[in-house]
Design a protein around this ligand. Structure first.
Ligand SMILES: [Zn+2]
Length: 303
């Protein structure tokens, strides 16, 4: 309980980058204790970028990391899968600048990590326990974190679209509830926005295979949605990946309203600066003792 974990073996996966449209190969490898998650550009002599907040570069449509001018883009879904399953230490080798989008969710990465297996390590995991609230707002957007006995997320979104509307979820993740309820939720975009992004040279690899696309009335993907509130679940998926850049799992309750990558990144960088808001502890949160059998709570508010 409360030990650090790495992968039990090496695994790899290939796919195309959402924005570049280029094929990329990813290999996940075990790493020693206290390594954290480290990306390695094997096409650039193994240049490494630690998955830490200080390297966050662009956060409009994806969370990208940059160090000394070297970029690694669209890291959030893989980071979410690693954090969601409780991997502390891993090397992520890639041979291009963008992680593959695969099906637009974290599920392919979860399956890959399951295939590798988890290995407990001989060091305690250090959690950051939130001691006092931190709140950030920007117009109608808001993100905050409050003291809590466990890591929990309350997320609400509102889009003036008949399929989305207002969605709100409370989620207390552990590995099995993350895998079942959050990891399969895909990224989404609006047709008008997709056309604009294509014009600016983005989403070259985007298709109905890896993005839920909405026209003015409906979901364009022939298979439909995986959950009626897939949009809100995907926001939670992104948040879990983005807050992992803090460098320690958080014990606190994140409340986000109409937020996105930029707000998630702001929460992490503000927390890192306001050191009186948290303290490191090796005592695990109450609910993480049995991550496989204890199910998290997931309910649509007002449903
Ligand atoms: Zn996403």
């Amino acid at each position: 309980m409360g030990q650090q974990h790495t992968l039990a073996s090496e695994v790899s996966l290939s796919g195309i980058g959402l924005h570049t449209g280029v094929t990329v190969n990813v290999r996940l490898r075990p790493a020693p204790v206290h390594t954290g998650v480290v990306f390695k550009r094997i096409d650039l002599d193994g240049f490494t970028i630690e998955a830490q907040s200080r390297h966050v570069a662009r956060v409009s449509y994806a969370t990208s990391l940059m160090k000394k001018g070297v970029l690694i883009s669209t890291t959030e879904h893989l980071l979410s899968a690693l954090a969601g399953l409780g991997i502390d230490n891993a090397i992520v080798e890639i041979d291009n600048l963008e992680l593959p989008i695969v099906d637009g969710s974290a599920l392919p990465f979860v399956k890959l990590i399951r295939q590798a297996g988890l290995r407990p390590q001989r060091a305690r995991r250090a959690y950051a326990r939130i001691l006092k609230p931190l709140e950030i707002s920007e117009g109608a957007k808001r993100i905050a974190i409050y003291p809590s006995e466990t890591f929990a997320v309350s997320y609400s979104i509102a889009f003036p679209h008949p399929v989305i509307g207002a969605q709100s979820l409370d989620f207390t993740p552990n590995a099995s509830s993350y895998e079942a309820n959050v990891a399969p939720a895909r990224t989404f975009g609006f047709l008008a926005e997709v056309e604009m992004l294509l014009k600016s040279g983005l989403v070259k690899g985007g298709s109905l295979e890896n993005v839920v696309v909405l026209d003015e009335e409906r979901v364009m993907n022939p298979e439909g949605l995986r959950f009626p509130d897939e949009f809100c679940r995907h926001k939670i998926l992104d948040l879990i990946g983005d807050v992992s850049l803090f460098g320690h799992p958080l014990i606190g309750h994140v409340v986000a309203e109409r937020a996105g990558h930029a707000m998630h990144a702001q929460l992490v960088s503000q927390l890192l600066r306001q050191k009186d808001c948290w303290a490191l502890t090796t005592s695990p949160p109450l609910s993480s003792g049995t991550p496989i059998s204890a199910l998290g709570v997931l309910a649509a508010a007002g449903a």
